[in-house]
Ligand binder design. Structure first.
Ligand code: FAD
Length: 301
């Protein structure tokens, strides 16, 4: 059985979306402004903005969401985490984001802040992503009629959440998020198509009906590859590791090649679209989409 297509659409051509994160300096912000113009011109379903990831400033996420809304044609989607925040504070943030004209969310619990572990009261007492899905729905219902729009997505872990003891636990967790109202899911990074396809297949057998967008990142450096491997919870493919090392640790074309192959297998296997982690660069992800013949028109050409 193949994964379900995006609800309400019968795409003849696969779709795509992007993830960016707030810039950490003025120079990086300039480069990011340039990158998001190219990304937006490619016509993605949405561009998502990370929130507080790796200690980044949360206000900077809102600024970037506003920039996307005001200066691009792309639909901005806000990642939102609950870790270390009270229910009231999270509710207020949801309204601030909606006041900024952004109504689409990726509901997350978030990683423990530096220095705290999963057992710390500030972490263990945080709302779960399932509860956040419900809180976003409540906040939407508090908006004036006709402005309570938007979709809520959640994270999925094809290779298991780091704390998961079994695949069935991961699937139960994801189905619970669907039951709370999540409309689609985006996956953690992974390296092999089979990891996504078998996870979605098993989840659908267990009652998952929402689309699951595979998250992919074309790496440019050996350091990025190591980071992806730690997120994926699986070793990086040996051939890619070796080729990057032999190239001196920097070879964007190798990441593009690997992502392209993976995307082809995923789309052929029934994935509804691809969600590309851009690392705030447009060149590699647009190369992947160009090779997949998904760019019409091509914003760089
Ligand atoms: P929840 O589903 O709410 O789970 C909360 C906690 O429950 C987990 O941390 C864990 O303790 C436990 N748990 C969850 N699943 C299981 C399971 N199967 N078995 C046992 N225990 C479980 N983090 C950020 O800080 N900012 C971001 O912008 C961000 N963006 C992300 C985007 C994507 C697509 C993904 C996949 C992850 C992102 N993350 C981000 C990381 C995410 O916040 C962490 O993975 C976090 O540990 C869990 O968040 P969650 O929403 O999946 O948690």
């Amino acid at each position: 059985m193949s994964p379900v297509p995006l609800a309400g659409s019968a795409p003849t051509r696969a779709r795509f979306s992007f993830e960016v994160f707030p810039a950490r300096s003025g120079a990086a912000a300039l480069a990011l402004g340039h990158a998001v113009q190219h990304l937006s011109a490619a016509g993605p379903d949405f561009i998502s903005v990370t929130y507080g990831a790796n200690g980044s400033n949360r206000d900077a996420s809102l600024d970037l969401l506003r920039y996307l809304r005001d200066h691009t044609d792309a639909l901005p989607l806000a990642h939102l985490t609950t870790v270390g925040e009270s229910r009231d504070a999270v509710r207020e943030t949801i309204h601030r984001i909606m006041d900024a004209g952004v109504h689409d969310f990726l509901a997350l619990r978030g990683d423990p802040p530096r220095g705290l572990d999963e057992g710390a009261p500030a972490v263990a007492g945080s709302l779960s992503s399932r509860e956040l899905v419900e809180l976003i729905a409540e906040a939407r219902a508090e908006r004036p009629p006709l402005t309570s729009v938007g979709r809520t997505s959640v994270a999925a872990y094809p290779n298991g959440h780091p704390l998961s003891r079994s695949r069935s636990e991961d699937i139960d967790w994801l189905v619970a998020k669907q039951e709370a109202g999540a409309q689609f899911a985006i996956t953690q990074l992974f390296f092999r198509a089979e990891e996504y396809l078998s996870f979605v297949n098993d989840a659908q057998r267990a009652g998952l009906r929402i689309p699951v967008l595979p998250g992919l990142m074309p790496v440019s450096t050996s350091a990025q590859l190591r980071k992806v491997a730690s997120l994926a919870g699986r070793p990086a493919p040996e051939g890619l590791t070796r080729a990057l090392d032999e190239a001196g640790g920097y070879a964007p074309e190798l990441g593009v090649e690997h992502t392209l192959e993976l995307a082809r297998e995923l789309l052929a296997g029934g994935a509804p679209s691809v969600h590309l982690y851009t690392f705030n660069r447009h060149e590699q992800v647009l190369s992947v989409l160009r090779e997949l013949e998904l760019l019409t028109p091509d914003p760089v050409a």
